[in-house]
Design a protein around this ligand. Sequence first.
Ligand code: GCW
Length: 733
Amino acid sequence: MLSGRTSVRTAILLALAALLLAVAPARAEDGYDLWLRYRPLEAPAQRVYRASAAELVAPAQRSPTLEAARAELERGLSGLLDRSVREGANVSQGGAIVFGTPTSSPAIAALNLDLSTLGNEGYLIRSVRIGGRRATIIAANADIGVLYGAFAYLRLVQTRASVADLDIASTPRVQRRILNHWDNLDGTMERGYSGHSIFDWHRYPDWVDQRITDYARANASIGINGAVVTNVAASAISLTPEFIAKAAALADRLRPYGIRLYLTARFSAPLELGAVDTADPLDPRVRAWWKAKADEIYRAIPDFGGFLVKANSEGQPGPQDYRRTHADGANMMAEALAPHGGIVMWRAFVYQAENRRDRHMQAYDEFVPLDGRFLPNVTVQVKNGAIDFQPREPFHPLFGALPKTPTMIEFQITKEYLGLATNMAFLAPMWEEALDTDTRVADNATVARVVDGSVFPYALTGMAGVANVGTDRNWSGSHFDQANWYAFGRLAWDHDLASRAIAEEWARMTFTNDPAFITPVVGMMMGSREAVVNYMTPLGLGHLMATGHHYGPGPWVSELARPEWNPVYYHRADRAGIGFDRTATGSNAVSQYAPPVAAEYRDIARTPEKVLLWFHHVPWDRRMASGRTLWDELVVKYSQGVSDVAAMRATWTGLRGRIDDARYEQVATFLAIQEREAQWWRDACLAYFQTFAQRPYPDGYAPPPHPVEYYKAIRSRFVPGDPGDTAAPFRGG
Ligand code: GCW
């Protein structure tokens, strides 16, 4: 007989075991694995893919990057095929994956492949036979290409594409594919909706968390090759010896994955760090300081990428403080970085309160006269639209206007103006819209072809995305926001990829290949950004968000010190109509576009309705293409936004049980939040605009349940990015 104590212990153990069995499903799905989940394929698919990938043939020569490729293939294939797939598995049946460069792998060298078009980062995936045995080769000129190819091969398996007869050659369309982290050294993030910064400066250089390696893997899997790890609203402290040592430890972790580290450079650093009594870019002591600083950085980080600079913008110091130009400032830094191969990404996000010109026009005014005055290792980084990452903006007139100055595009992955992380908006269609717009400065001069150097022969090309990555377990603040990180990388690699294809790839890798899930979810993703446009800023409206944090509607805001921080500056609603006249009778911003584009935007009849109010002040009774008046159309669009979100919710509800409950539930809850907020946006904006329009609601469309005062009185407190609850200085309306 068991003693009393033993039986109690046994009972506890049994109870614990039962509990563990009950609460330990195969593997928790918390989103941490992103699109690199590698869960076992369905049984029939296992058989098919196992036949192709039974063994790994690794290069004879090793390097950290090749090791990353080997580890990823092993991890990925072992997970997907539900059995160990490794080097030297010596499986007599089934194919082998042979990967490497001609230098590192004798097996690859023996094939005498033509890799001449692949450059440094491209890869080749080809089905071949080696000695009668099936093999798939993943070959490249450089180790990083092999890593990219490894991820591409895994993606084929993850999305159940055929791997039987492969012949894929892929190279990136732009050189620099960079995440811009708006992360502060204290761990807070400007406009971050996914927790705190993943960069843990306090513990660097001694301890660098595993999360950084996983971050690097995720980036490499989509071809991102650079990370600016500090906020553009920069602190000079990141340039102190102590922080350079910390950055070096971080760079060491990123390097095997082909990711170069960049820093933001605070223009007044030489002054603030006490070295010189000025930051004047033409002062020889200042120039010497930057040169010495660059030398110091490169001693610690030999492959340092360079500086990203926000200067004379929203209160940041810059060359104009010394009556110098942006070119003077950029060139000073460029000269310091050039001997080491570093670059300067100089942001064109500039506008001045004192300047009475339309904010839309100010960056063009400042930069066009400087075209040709920048050193070759400078690129000007331009936001996709002329104002500031709104749900929809026409393209920035600087694209195509700087034939002699490499022009990078900057997108915002984090959703500062699209409802933060609790609203679903798949942004690839927005980016695709910008990239595909024809600037008309030459034949076939889309924004994408300007950026990739096809229109003007830019020696330096790139795309930047303001990151949405943070310490949240799911990295991005919501499961669907991971898709925006993913899509940015994929489009930076190849801007010709269709956003629908990207959505499908991502959904298959992230959730399931079940077509009953994929088809509706991809449809939902593809319509999600337009839904946001409709319930926030339809028909070309913009910047109607509440002050500071930009969460929720604030179209009535008019009292902020700087005119262009106020929503009323943008919508200009009055008794006659609504919209910003940017034609010759107004600001004439249209004149900054190439003549054929200007002609279109100038003419109210030719301006696409989706940007109508961006360019025209339109009478409330003007007939729209639908036959409705503008006021009625506005009501319909706002209402459409709300019903689209309701439809997204219904779609999602129908998918319960097709994926794990944990992720299902969070998405369902966030969609409920989004529907509530969409309604709030619609009601608040219509209640306000109706005070000008003074027209009835069209049949079937309910008026808002409250008068406009009710919406004006809503205060959102402790919203992420709220300047009221952080020490961050107030940086804009
Ligand atoms: O979108 C605005 C943001 C600011 C940001 C600025 C910029 C880093 O509201 O928070 O500052 O753009 O891009 O510099």
